[in-house]
Design a protein around this ligand. Structure first.
Ligand code: SF4
Length: 381
């Protein structure tokens, strides 16, 4: 079904996105439209995906809050996700800037002693395989709420993959995490499309009218570029490219290489959906999202990020210092190095900001309290 997608009036950008009910109410928000859950602490900087997407949604009229590094075991785990109530449209989640296993273990499988994305650099603030854990907790906290995951962990585990940490081939993450969709790659367009579709759907069926069957009837999750979803096995999907199945890769691991080459090619060409069979169900990966235009990039990076950690933190977050004076000039890389997965996430085409936008940010940085006189880097995120 075609949706008449709502275009909402941009909301005023708060100094920080809310993390508590008191902060929501101070903004005059009685509920959230979208809740974003992150495996990293909340640093309000455009290098961090969840704050970037949160401000992007606010700029498109959606009240968005963040829960960062929620308790994930014990009695409080579900309650920790309910502090701002049930969001009206969607919960989104991400493991953080790194895959949670890489954040926690060295290449020699030793537990790391520090975590740059956590106050005080302490470890243990996020679970192993965080997307799976957070998705299950969100399902318990908000039964029936639409749920989507993005970020590097979800994105790069969207198809059958080799998991270094367990030395095994794992099925796509959608088999282990109870998600409606994975948003892969850079998520602005896909996330906004999902939120607008859900908004449009509730206009029709009313608040509380969402069920998976209703959503399926309206095709809410279908055809959104930059997303992957789990489907019952269908007759051949017209125009789709079929990857080697899970069983074929188990039987011949070289088929994983073939699948990776096809995924990289289709990520670059952005022409076809990809389908991968796993034991009678299949993952459908729509073609990647369109790149943000220069105007969209400029508008995004002009949002009023404080470039600071949320004031509730008592200890410094090491990553905050690393990127304090970093400027993102572009996304994507044409390099194609064989050891690098950037092409499977951001793609090989470059999306750039304008020179004027980058210079504006440099001037804003230079005017900030404590600016030391140098900008640490200008490059990709
Ligand atoms: S980002 Fe990846 S593909 Fe690009 S130059 Fe660096 S290592 Fe190579």
């Amino acid at each position: 079904m075609e949706f008449a997608l709502p275009v909402r009036t941009p909301l005023e950008q708060p100094r920080f996105l809310p993390m508590t009910r008191e902060e929501m109410e101070a903004l005059g928000w009685n509920e959230l439209d979208v809740l974003l859950v992150s495996g990293d602490a909340y640093v309000d900087h455009p290098s961090f995906g969840i704050p970037l997407l949160g401000r992007y949604l606010v700029a498109h009229g959606y009240r968005t809050g963040i829960i960062a590094q929620p308790a994930w075991n014990g009695q409080q785990a579900v309650a920790a996700l309910r502090v701002m109530g049930r969001p009206r449209l969607l919960a989104g989640l991400g493991a953080g800037a790194l895959d949670s296993m890489l954040a926690h273990y060295t290449a020699f499988l030793k537990r790391r002693h520090d975590d740059a994305y956590t106050p005080g650099g302490k470890t243990g603030a996020r679970p192993n395989r965080a997307v799976i854990v957070y998705a299950n907790l969100l399902r318990q906290a908000f039964p029936g709420l639409p749920l989507a995951a993005g970020g590097i962990e979800a994105s790069l585990r969207r198809a059958v993959h080799y998991d270094f940490w367990s030395d095994s081939l794992r099925r796509p993450l959608l088999f282990d995490a109870p998600l409606d969709a994975i948003i892969y790659g850079m998520g602005e367009h896909a996330l906004l499309e999902i939120v607008r579709r859900l908004d449009a759907l509730l206009e029709i069926v009313g608040d509380g009218g969402y069920t998976p069957d209703v959503a399926a009837g309206f095709g809410v999750w279908e055809g959104i570029r930059g997303t992957a979803r789990l489907e019952k096995k269908a007759e051949r999907r017209e125009g789709a490219v079929y990857l080697p199945s899970y069983d074929e890769i188990l039987a011949d691991p070289a088929a994983l290489l073939k699948a990776s080459v096809v995924m990289e090619r289709e990520c670059h060409n952005a022409r076809h959906a990809l389908v991968q069979d796993c034991g009678g169900r299949e993952v459908v990966m729509e073609p990647p999202s369109a790149l943000l235009t220069t105007e969209e990039m400029d508008a995004l990076y002009a949002l009023p990020f404080t470039r600071q950690s949320h004031p509730s933190y008592k200890e410094p977050i090491p990553a905050e210092g690393m990127i304090a004076t970093s400027i993102t000039s572009h996304r994507g890389c044409g390099g194609g190095c064989s050891f690098c997965t950037l092409a499977l996430h951001q793609g090989r085409c470059i999306a750039s900001r304008s020179e004027a936008s980058i210079l504006d940010e440099a001037r804003r940085l230079a005017g900030m309290k404590g600016f030391s006189g140098s900008i640490s880097d200008i490059g990709g995120p």
